[in-house]
Design a protein around this ligand. Structure first.
Ligand SMILES: [Fe+2]
Length: 294
């Protein structure tokens, strides 16, 4: 397949770090116009209090307005399990189309069962404006971008290539952070390794932007690296580690990990494209906690 993306373009990328969930959201500006994409936004939640708010999203909205940008796309790299998406909130104020990987239907089917959702919960991805298949392209202003299917962490994970930048979601962490877990339902360590190879096959100088950083060893929070850096130094896959080595390591590591603090609210909201579950007859909204299921 012909590579139709403009890998020589150098979009302006602004990261917004959310300290509550260690998530980085991005505004990616087309170098040739005022068009932009917003990648992986965050809605704030105080789970103990059952309260949601929008400080992090409001910061992004203010940035977009201050810089006179127009939002072409809101991109979710995957159904996040550690933070709630603010995409619908931002879309209501700034417009843009909301896109995610086509395998969202698999994730919706899995977690529709986990949360015992009724038939009103559609599992066809129709909550999103666009479902990306592997290799699909879309435009941000004059910049043609490309979605690459990179499953393993979840079945629907996509890496988005915009000019010389790639947004890898949880496919990779910074070189000293390694890789994300592959043990959620539908996750697969072997698939994750193969997906990482797809990312590492991009040109060496490609700028890679992470969805998360935890500042291992107490270092400052960082979110940008390159294909060359990851190939050479990634502690889980760099320096020519084999698939066998990776799968063994990843599987053993994942067996000892606790569930992310916000997995229960995150999945229920993110599988609905960032919408809360529908209100009951009294107009109240609730999140469920499935017992002994996850
Ligand atoms: Fe994730």
């Amino acid at each position: 397949m012909k590579d139709q993306t403009d890998t020589l373009l150098h979009p302006e990328v602004t990261g917004f770090f959310d300290p509550a969930t260690n998530t980085i959201s991005y505004v990616v500006k087309d170098p040739g116009s005022n068009a932009c994409a917003i990648v992986d936004s965050v809605m704030d939640i105080d789970y103990a209090a059952g309260r949601i708010s929008y400080d992090h999203a409001d910061e992004i909205i203010a940035f977009v307005r201050q810089n006179d940008l127009s939002v072409d796309w809101l991109i979710e790299t995957h159904v996040h399990a550690d933070h709630l998406s603010a995409a619908p909130y931002i879309q209501a104020q700034l417009g843009g189309k909301l896109g995610i990987g086509a395998k969202i239907t698999v994730v919706q089917d899995t977690f529709g069962k986990v949360f015992n959702e009724g038939t009103e919960f559609q599992r066809d991805g129709s909550q999103f404006d666009r479902l990306f298949e592997d290799g699909d392209t879309y435009d941000v202003g004059g910049m043609t971008c490309r979605a690459i299917h990179t499953p393993g962490h979840t079945p629907a994970c996509m890496t988005h290539v915009m000019g010389d930048a790639a947004f890898v979601g949880d496919t990779l962490f910074m070189p000293d952070g390694g890789s994300a877990r592959a043990d959620f339902p539908g996750g697969d360590a072997g698939e994750l390794f193969d997906s990482i190879q797809k990312v590492l096959a991009l040109p060496d100088e490609t700028r890679l932007f992470m969805c998360h950083d935890y500042g291992p060893g107490g270092r400052e929070i960082l979110w940008e690296t390159s294909v060359a850096e990851e190939k050479a130094h990634n502690i889980h896959v760099g320096g020519g580690k084999t698939k066998e080595e990776f799968v063994k390591f990843r599987t053993e590591r994942d067996a000892g990990l606790e569930m992310p603090k916000l997995i229960i609210p995150s999945l229920q909201v993110n599988m609905r494209a960032g919408e809360l579950p529908p209100a009951d007859a009294d107009g109240k909204r609730f999140l469920k906690v499935p017992i002994n299921t996850l």
